[in-house]
Design a protein around this ligand. Structure first.
Ligand SMILES: O=C(O)C(=O)C[C@]1(C(=O)O)C=C[C@@H](O)C=C1
Length: 294
């Protein structure tokens, strides 16, 4: 299984990431097709030449025709919507096709998808670590992948050919770096790196009604709360699907916050400075690793 110039990609769900995949693949010369529940998303993708052909979910005849000719199907759907889609439509998928997703959680969804899939098809999880604080394919922009990491989460059900295909896919979309993680490693990593950060941004924004402070703010508040403008449907689903990991991360964060509070309340200047030196040291190592990466 290799990406060939005539490989036909079908994107299910033309949101920000689905749309950015479509745009990037089309720009690289591939034939991209799409299915979305909104006719408006299809029309926009056609107008911007992100896809060759598209179908709205209720146009059953065209949907089935597009599924039948696809070599690679990419789900830009919410995680919980993938399995029902597969149950309904896998009967039409071409034998040997590869399926993948963009979901921010893996252990809760990948094993059940793989178990439900026909034996002549293969599903491999993937997570593009890129996004914006807006949804809709109107904001599609494949340049968001340029500085981004791409994570592939194979299981024992995946072939080395499928892993190679996804690596090549990440390369052709311009991802900066590709990593391989198990489903559990992925979910532990994402619980801290992405989910806890969204929780903190929401909590910070909700600490008080701070909207009148817009005319005074500097970068610190702006940077820390950019992601507080959040899609509650998607993110509540992601949080519940990774609940034990996220609860543990929230507890660890609360502990870190409590030690800062304690040092301040007890006028323990040395402790306060020690905590700041620790964060500075860790952030410097993080910066260094990012630079080595670039
Ligand atoms: O940059 C943002 O707005 C993001 O939220 C991107 C982000 C992240 O948390 O870093 C969010 C979700 C994706 O699954 C991957 C990356």
């Amino acid at each position: 299984m290799k990406i060939k110039q005539d490989t036909r990609f079908l994107i299910i769900g033309l949101g920000l990431i689905g749309g950015s995949y479509a745009m990037g693949l089309s720009k690289a010369g591939y034939s991209v097709f799409a299915i979305d529940q909104e006719q408006e998303a299809i029309d926009y993708a056609l107008e911007k030449q992100m896809i060759v052909k598209g179908a709205c979910t209720d146009d059953e005849g065209t949907v089935i025709a597009l599924i039948k000719q696809a070599d690679c199907i990419l789900f830009g759907l919410y995680p919980s919507a993938i399995l029902p889609w597969i149950s309904r439509y896998q009967q039409y998928i071409k034998s040997g096709a590869l399926l993948s997703d963009v979901s921010g959680v893996k252990a809760a969804i990948v094993p059940s998808i793989q178990a439900a899939l026909r034996n002549d098809l293969e599903f491999i999880g993937a997570h593009p670590m890129a996004g914006k604080e807006v949804s809709s394919n109107r904001f599609s922009d494949p340049s968001i992948f340029k500085i981004a990491n791409f994570i592939i989460t194979p299981t024992e059900k995946n072939s080395s050919a499928a892993i190679a295909f996804m690596k090549e896919f990440a390369h052709l979309l311009g991802f900066h770096h590709t990593a391989i993680l198990s489903l559990q490693e992925h979910d532990r990593m994402i619980g801290f790196l992405s989910q806890l950060t969204h929780i903190i941004a929401v909590a910070l924004m909700n600490t008080s009604d701070n909207t009148h402070l817009a005319e005074y703010t500097g970068d610190s508040f702006r940077d820390l709360t950019r992601i507080a403008k959040i899609n509650e449907q998607l993110w509540s689903e992601l949080f519940f699907l990774n609940k034990p990991v996220l609860l543990a991360e929230i507890d660890a964060f609360s502990k870190a916050l409590a030690s800062l509070r304690k040092a301040l309340a007890e006028d323990d200047e040395e402790k306060l400075k020690e905590l700041m030196r620790l964060s500075t040291k860790r952030r410097k190592v993080f910066d260094q690793k990012q630079e080595e990466h670039n």
